[in-house]
Design a protein around this ligand. Structure first.
Ligand code: HEC
Ligand code: HEC
Length: 739
C-alpha cells in the first residue's frame, strides 16, 4: 500500500496486540486489565474482580475466579466462547473446559442485594498442550542451560557466542570457523555450525574447542538439525542430506533439489525446504531419518491479480520452517514472487508493490497440507527471512529482511500483534529465550546481534542492547555499503514502501530462478541472471539484451519499477545523456551508486560444480564432452575464459546473436527491436536452470535439442544421444575452474 508511515506501524503495535497497554502486565499471559464498568466505590461498595489474564490448555479445566470481588451476593460468568451461566449463582468460581484454542474474553457480572451490578473481564489464552521441542537451524541459536546465544558471521568466518545473563549481551568468545558459516544449532552440548564454502560442519564445545566434520566437496551444506541422536545437514548443491553420528558422516541420501532449511517434525521425520521454487508451487520434502521414505509437500500458487493491497504468485526463497511447540502448525516465511504479472502475461505492468511481497504460509506438520486461506501477505514488506514461535505457540515472530523489521503475529487470532522497526540491516535470524521474554535478532549487515525485551505482549518491545558480531569488519567500506544497498528495501531512495530490494530477486547475489515479465520496461520475458562470477561488467555489457553498460545503470530500475527516488540527485541524473542507459557514464557521480556497483563487481567467483570429480578434475564423460563442444562450433561465440564473446562492436552497438531462440514473449530491447541476445557465459550452468533469456528451456538437453531445431545455436542435430550426454556433462562442470 502506498504511504504507510513507520509511525502508524508503531501505533499499531500499542493497540493492535492481543492486549492494550494498561499498567504493569504480567509477562506470563497477555492481558489488558479488562473493563471495569463499576461506578465509584462508596459505602456499600460493589466491585467486580475477574482476576488476571492467564493461559489455559484446550480440553483441560480452567478456573475463572471472581472471589476477589467486593460486596457481591451473586455472580454470573460468560466464558467468552459463546457459553456461560444462564442465571446468576451464589458461587464466584467457574471451572471451564475450553474445546478450542483462542483468546477468550470472559465476563464476570456481580450483583448485590440492592440489585446493583458491576462487570469485569479477564482474557483467557487457550492453547494446545506443548508436545514438541522445535528444532531448526538458523543464523542465531540459544543454549538455554548456559544462558548463551550464538550467531554466525558468514563474511568473517566466525561464530560469536554471547551470554545473555542479566538481559545484557556479553561476549563469551568468538570462534574461527570454516568458510561461510551459515547456520548454528545446539546438539549434545556443542554448538554445531554449518560452513558452506568449506563443505564442513564444525562442532564447538562450551570452551570453544572445535572439531571438523568433512562433507562431500562442493556440496554447499546449509541447514542442520539434531534428531534421534544424529545430526542431519542439508547439502544444497546436490539436494541431499548428510547424516552425522559420533562426529562422522554415516550416510547421505536424496532430499530435494536446492535443499536448504531443515526442521524436525513432531513425528520424528525431517522437513527439508527447496530454496527456490519451481513456477507452479513451492516445495518441501518430509523424510524419514533413514532417508527411505519421502513425501513432497507443497505451498500453492496464488492466482490473485496484483492490486494496491494484494499480489499473487509463488512463494519462494524458502529457508526455515518453524514448527509450533503444539506440534499442530508449521509456518514458512518466504517472498511471494508475482510471476503472473507483467504486460505479456497479464493486462497489468509489474509495479513496485506487485512484484514481490513477504508471505508466511501455514501447514499441518503431520499431513503436510497447506492452509492456503490462511497465508499471510504483508503490506510494505518484500521478503520474510526467518520465523520463530513463542514457547506456547501462540505468537510468531517474523524477520523482514529488506525492511529492517520484525513482525509479531498473534497465531490464535491471525492478527498482526506489533512490529519492531529499525532492527538493523538485513535481519535474517531470530531466536527467543525459553521464557519468551528475550528476542535475539541477527541484523546481518549491521553486523549486530540485537536483544529486545518482548515479554510484555501489550507493550512496545524495548531494545536492551546491541553487540557487534565479527571481530573486525571483513569487507572494504564501499563494498559493505554496496552490499547494504543491494539488500535493503526500506531506504526510500531505493524502493517505494519497502517492497523491492535487489536481493529480493538476487538473494546472496544469485538468481531466484524466476523468469520475470519485463515487457513494461521495454524488454520482455527475462530469466534472472546469477551475478556470481560475472564481476559486474566482467563478462561484457549487462542483461540478455545488453541494454546496460555499467552497474550504475541500475539507477534506472531503482527510479522506475522499484519506485525509489534514486541514489543520484535528479540534476545529476538528467545531466547530458546520463538518463539513458548507454549514454554518458554514471560512474563517479554518486558514492552510493558506485558502492552498489563495487559490491556487484566484487562477486567474481562462480560456485564450484559438484559434478566435477572430488579433486576438481573433469570426469571422463565431461572430458569427452569438451571435444564435442569444440566440434559443434560452440566456441565461435562461447570463447575465452568467460566463454562469451559479449561486448560492443562499436560504441553503443553490442554484439548480439539470433540463435533461433527468440519467441513471442522475447519482447524488445530498450523499447525498440530485439535483434538478438548477448552471449551468456556458460559457467555456473549446473545450478542455473531454467535456461535462455526467456526461461524457455527447462534443461540443458532442451537448449541443445527442442530449442535448437535448425542448428542455428551450434550444430547439435547430428549428435548421437551419448555425444549429447557427454556435452551436457561437460556443461555441468563449467564453474570458472580450469578444465
Ligand atoms: C524483480 C526481480 C529483480 C530485481 C528486483 C533485480 N533484478 Fe537484477 N535481474 C533480474 C532479471 C530478470 C535479470 C535479467 C534481465 C535482463 O536481462 O533484462 C537480471 C539481471 C541482472 C544483472 C545482469 C547480469 C549480467 O551479467 O548480465 C545484474 C548485474 C543485476 N541484475 C543486478 C541487479 C541489481 C544491482 C539490482 C538492484 C538495483 C537488481 N538486479 C534487482 C531480476 C531482478
Ligand atoms: C552464434 C553464437 C553461438 C553459438 C555458436 C553457440 N551459442 Fe550458446 N548461446 C548464444 C546466445 C546468444 C545465447 C543466448 C540465447 C538465449 O538466451 O535465447 C546462448 C545460450 C546458451 C545456453 C544457455 C545459457 C543460459 O544461461 O541460459 C547454453 C547452455 C549454450 N548457449 C550452450 C551452447 C552450446 C553447447 C553451443 C554449441 C553446441 C552453443 N551454445 C553455441 C550464442 C551461441
Amino acid at each position: 500500500m502506498r504511504g504507510a508511515a513507520p509511525l502508524i506501524l508503531l501505533a499499531a503495535l500499542a493497540c493492535d496486540g492481543p492486549a492494550a497497554v494498561d499498567g504493569g502486565v504480567d509477562a506470563a499471559a497477555p492481558e489488558d486489565g479488562g473493563v471495569d464498568a463499576g461506578e465509584d466505590a462508596g459505602p456499600g461498595e460493589l466491585v467486580a474482580e475477574a482476576g488476571d489474564g492467564f493461559y489455559a490448555i484446550v480440553g483441560e479445566a480452567a478456573r475463572l475466579d471472581g472471589s476477589m470481588s467486593v460486596g457481591a451476593t451473586s455472580y454470573r460468568w460468560d466464558f467468552g466462547d459463546g457459553r456461560g451461566w444462564d442465571a446468576p449463582r451464589p458461587e464466584a468460581v467457574a471451572d471451564v473446559v475450553y474445546d478450542r484454542e483462542g483468546r477468550f474474553r470472559a465476563f464476570l457480572t456481580v450483583s448485590d442485594a440492592t440489585g446493583r451490578t458491576r462487570t469485569d473481564s479477564v482474557l483467557v489464552n487457550v492453547t494446545y498442550p506443548v508436545v514438541h521441542v522445535p528444532r531448526a537451524a538458523g543464523t542465531v541459536a540459544t543454549w538455554p542451560a548456559r544462558e548463551e546465544v550464538a550467531v554466525v558471521s558468514p563474511d568473517s568466518d566466525e561464530l560469536a557466542v554471547f551470554s545473555h545473563a542479566g538481559d545484557a549481551l556479553t561476549l563469551v568468545r568468538r570462534v574461527a570457523t570454516g568458510a561461510d558459516p551459515r547456520t548454528v544449532t545446539v546438539f549434545e552440548d556443542r554448538w554445531v555450525v554449518v560452513c558452506s564454502d568449506d563443505d564442513e560442519v564444525d562442532l564447538i564445545d562450551a570452551d570453544g574447542a572445535l572439531a571438523r566434520v568433512a562433507l562431500p566437496p562442493a556440496s554447499r551444506p546449509h541447514g542442520v538439525v539434531g534428531e534421534g541422536g544424529a545430526l542431519f545437514v542439508t547439502l544444497s548443491a546436490t539436494g541431499r542430506v548428510a547424516r552425522i553420528e559420533g562426529g562422522v558422516v554415516v550416510s547421505t541420501f536424496d532430499a530435494i533439489e536446492d535443499a536448504r532449511g531443515i526442521a524436525a517434525l513432531p513425528d520424528g521425520r525431517l522437513l527439508v525446504t527447496r530454496w527456490r521454487s519451481p513456477d507452479a508451487e513451492a516445495q518441501m520434502v518430509a523424510l524419514s531419518p533413514d532417508g527411505v521414505t519421502s513425501e513432497v509437500w507443497t505451498l500453492g500458487y496464488d492466482p490473485q491479480a496484483g492490486s494496491d493491497t494484494e499480489s499473487g504468485g509463488v512463494p519462494s526463497y524458502l529457508e526455515q520452517v518453524a514448527v509450533s511447540p503444539t506440534g499442530r502448525l508449521a509456518a514458512v516465511p518466504s517472498t511471494q514472487a508475482a510471476i503472473g504479472e507483467g504486460l505479456f502475461r497479464s493486462p497489468r505492468p509489474l509495479t513496485f508493490q506487485t512484484t514481490v511481497r513477504a508471505a508466511v504460509s501455514y501447514l499441518d506438520p503431520i499431513g503436510g497440507v497447506e492452509d492456503f486461506a490462511r497465508r499471510k501477505l504483508f503490506d510494505d514488506r518484500g521478503l520474510a527471512s526467518a520465523a520463530t514461535f513463542s514457547s506456547r505457540g501462540d505468537f510468531l515472530y517474523v524477520a523482514m529482511r529488506g525492511s529492517r523489521s520484525v513482525e509479531r503475529l498473534d497465531v490464535l487470532s491471525g492478527a498482526q500483534a506489533g512490529s519492531i522497526l529499525e532492527v538493523g540491516y538485513a535481519p535474517q535470524g531470530l531466536a527467543l529465550s525459553a521464557d519468551d521474554r528475550l528476542l535475539f535478532v541477527d541484523a546481518y549487515l549491521s553486523r549486530e546481534l540485537v536483544i529486545y525485551d518482548v515479554g510484555r505482549t501489550g507493550a512496545i518491545p524495548t531494545e536492551l542492547g546491541r553487540a557487534t558480531i565479527p571481530s573486525a569488519e571483513p569487507l572494504a567500506e564501499d563494498i559493505l555499503r554496496g552490499k547494504i544497498l543491494f539488500n535493503d528495501s526500506a531506504d526510500e531512495r531505493l524502493a517505494f514502501d519497502s517492497y523491492i530490494a535487489c536481493a529480493h530477486c538476487h538473494l546472496e547475489g544469485r538468481s531466484d530462478h524466476r523468469t520475470w515479465d519485463f515487457t513494461d520496461r521495454g524488454e520482455g520475458l527475462r530469466n534472472t541472471i546469477d551475478l556470481l562470477g560475472r564481476a559486474g561488467v566482467g563478462d561484457g555489457p549487462l542483461h540478455w539484451s545488453a541494454n546496460f553498460d555499467e552497474v550504475q545503470d541500475f539507477e534506472h530500475d531503482i527510479r522506475g519499477p522499484f519506485g525509489g527516488t534514486g541514489l543520484m540527485s535528479d540534476a545529476d541524473f538528467h545531466t547530458g545523456s546520463r538518463d539513458t542507459t548507454l549514454g554518458d557514464p554514471k560512474a563517479g557521480v554518486s558514492a552510493d551508486l558506485d558502492a552498489l556497483a563495487a559490491y556487484v563487481t566484487s562477486l567474481d567467483r562462480h560456485l564450484p560444480s559438484p559434478f566435477r570429480a572430488d579433486d576438481g578434475s573433469l570426469p571422463v564423460e565431461a572430458a569427452r564432452g569438451r571435444a564435442v563442444f569444440a566440434a559443434a562450433g560452440c566456441p565461435t561465440c562461447h570463447l575465452g575464459e568467460e566463454l562469451t564473446d559479449s561486448g560492443f562492436e562499436s560504441p553503443g552497438v553490442p554484439r548480439l546473436h539470433d540463435v533461433g531462440t527468440l519467441g513471442p514473449g522475447s519482447g524488445q530491447r530498450l523499447g525498440g527491436p530485439l535483434p538478438g541476445i548477448d552471449t551468456p557465459t556458460l559457467h555456473g550452468l549446473w545450478q542455473s536452470a531454467p535456461y535462455l533469456h526467456d526461461g524457455s528451456a527447462a534443461t540443458l538437453h532442451d537448449v541443445l535439442t527442442v530449442r535448437n531445431p535448425a542448428d542455428r545455436h551450434g550444430t547439435t542435430s547430428g549428435l548421437s544421444a551419448s555425444e549429447l550426454d557427454d556435452l551436457e556433462a561437460y556443461l555441468r562442470c563449467l564453474d570458472g575452474r580450469a578444465d
